[in-house]
Design a protein around this ligand. Structure first.
Ligand code: MN
Length: 230
């Protein structure tokens, strides 16, 4: 019996103690009226029975609470709501299938560049997000974006270069904005990989870039001379 009271869990003990109490209460409740009615007047007996039942109810409740309480543990933890399977959920969010990484075409890039498409919005959403990885020395051709472009570095070291000779170094965590129609190129420095997120919007015709001539080795070397100083 002791093991039953101390070894059982709260969930096991509470219904057991409740059952014991109810059995005792029912037995006493049936016995008392007969005992009292045989010795006292009808009205006094009725009042006594009422008080007797009330007292027994309070006593039983106290006993159940005392034994059901688990002094060594906090109250039973509320388990977190389990994740719902995708079949039952009611949200509209969705995990999109991964898209294949593509090799940057020679019409747009010099050297080995790989693009991993992340997202292309469907009307009215015009967002395009691509993770672009440049091997050492690889770079885009000169180009411009009709609605501008946000570049966010995720790895390595690279440069973003404008026609006037401005060279901005981009490393992981840094963000560079190129305004609409500003001609520029971006790529890895000569000794390191570089990866950035390319974030932009397409125009009314669905275009996101106008590609121009390749960056010459001389232009690239001039940018590197500035980049190494950073
Ligand atoms: Mn660009």
């Amino acid at each position: 019996m002791r093991g039953l009271l101390t070894g059982a869990t709260h969930a096991q003990r509470a219904p057991l103690m409740s059952a014991i109490f109810l059995a005792c209460y029912s037995y006493t409740g049936a016995l008392l009226p007969n005992l009292i009615a045989g010795q006292l007047s009808h009205h006094v007996g009725t009042v006594a029975i009422a008080f007797g039942h009330g007292g027994l109810a309070l006593l039983g409740t106290a006993i159940v609470l005392a034994f059901a309480r688990d002094p060594g543990r906090r109250p039973d933890r509320v388990e977190p709501r389990p994740y719902r399977s995708t079949a039952r959920r009611t949200t509209l969010m969705e995990k999109l299938p991964a898209k294949d990484t593509f090799k940057g075409p020679a019409d747009w890039f010099t050297g080995d560049v790989y693009g991993s498409p992340i997202y292309s919005g469907t009307d009215p959403n015009r967002m395009t997000a691509t993770l672009v990885r440049f091997t050492p020395g690889a770079r885009t051709h000169w180009h411009r974006h009709p609605l501008g472009q946000c570049l966010h570095g995720t790895d390595g070291k690279g440069v973003v270069v404008a026609r006037d000779g401005t060279v901005l170094v981009i490393t992981a965590g840094e963000t560079i904005w190129t305004p609409p129609e500003e001609e520029h190129w971006h790529g890895a420095v000569s000794g390191q990989m570089m990866a950035h997120l390319a974030l932009l919007e397409v125009d009314d015709e669905g275009g996101s870039a106008t590609w121009l001539e390749p960056v010459t080795d001389e232009e690239y070397a001039a940018a590197m001379a500035i980049a190494v100083a950073h």
